[in-house]
Design a protein around this ligand. Structure first.
Ligand SMILES: [Fe+2]
Ligand SMILES: [Fe+2]
Length: 284
């Protein structure tokens, strides 16, 4: 990353942090002897977060049958890993939703719709492919463009000029960012995911969603987010600030074996997932 931009970001003391409960959860979940009670206790130390987690697990988004009334109950029914993903999702929304203002060429509502839809589409593709955690794929898609929020909030002049450059030259935003200030929202978002100690599964889609390559990683999640990002733009779900729709990497098409996927079924599934994810639009 261009040194100057990195230093600017490193020196921002108000840069968002994840609640400490996330790190505690990661540690607890690494220990196979951890009990549901222990995890429940860790989550309920943050009461506001715990009640949001319960609201989410009982929402149409997760669609779990029956009412889940306590965190421990949620863990028993959904498992550690799903609950951790729900906590992470709730925390990310808490940190970024309704913060700051957009600017010309970058409408925050459109940005959120783009991000939520990308999460939903990533989950839909994961479902179609099989073998991946749907909730984790949702998070990867949700956070893929997080770097734009950092740019918009902390480096507004640079971001404004990149948006303008991208619109005037019909370039993708990340290309304009690279040209104007030597760094991209993907690198900045990636830096944030490192600082948050998120697993590499979640770091890499943020870092490489515009240029997925086996040289970076071979995890399908990066390919999925790359594909979902393009699909939701093509389907006109929100807008992440790009003047036009990026093209799909040929190698991603091959690695996900997109030719063998029933595209109609996939599109139906994306629409259904986006519909369910609309619970996040009114998130407070
Ligand atoms: Fe992006
Ligand atoms: Fe995007």
């Amino acid at each position: 990353m261009a040194l100057q931009i990195l230093q600017t970001i490193e020196n921002i003391s108000s840069i968002p942090t994840l609640p400490t409960v996330i790190e505690r959860l990661t540690r607890l979940l690494q220990n196979p002897k951890t009990s549901a009670e222990e995890v429940g206790k860790a989550i309920t130390t943050d009461q506001a977060l715990a009640s949001k987690v319960l609201k989410l697990v009982n929402s149409a988004f997760y669609g779990f049958p029956g009412r889940i009334s306590t965190i421990t109950h949620a863990i028993v029914i959904l498992g550690f890993s799903t609950v951790k993903n729900v906590v992470l999702t709730a925390s990310i929304f808490d940190i970024f939703r309704n913060k700051g203002e957009g600017m010309a060429g970058f409408d925050l509502e459109d940005f959120w719709l783009h991000s939520i839809a990308c999460g939903a589409a990533s989950a839909a593709i994961a479902k179609q492919i099989g073998g991946l955690e749907k909730e984790e794929c949702f998070i990867a898609g949700l956070i893929h463009d997080l770097g734009k929020l950092i740019l918009c909030q902390y480096l507004p002049d640079e971001f404004r000029s990149a948006l303008q450059h991208s619109a005037e030259n019909r370039q993708l935003l990340y290309e304009s960012e690279k040209k104007l200030f030597g760094s991209t929202h993907a690198e900045i978002g990636g830096y944030l995911t490192e600082r948050w100690n998120l697993p590499t599964n979640l770091q890499n889609p943020v870092k490489y969603h515009h240029q997925p390559s086996p040289a970076h990683d071979n995890h399908p999640m990066t390919a999925i987010v790359h594909c979902a990002d393009i699909l939701v733009r093509a389907l006109d779900y929100g807008n992440g600030g790009d003047a036009h729709i990026p093209s799909l990497s040929e190698q991603v098409g091959k690695s996900l074996d997109l030719d063998s996927i029933d595209l109609d079924a996939l599109l139906d599934s994306i629409h259904a997932e986006v519909e369910k994810a609309s619970v996040f639009i009114q998130w407070t």
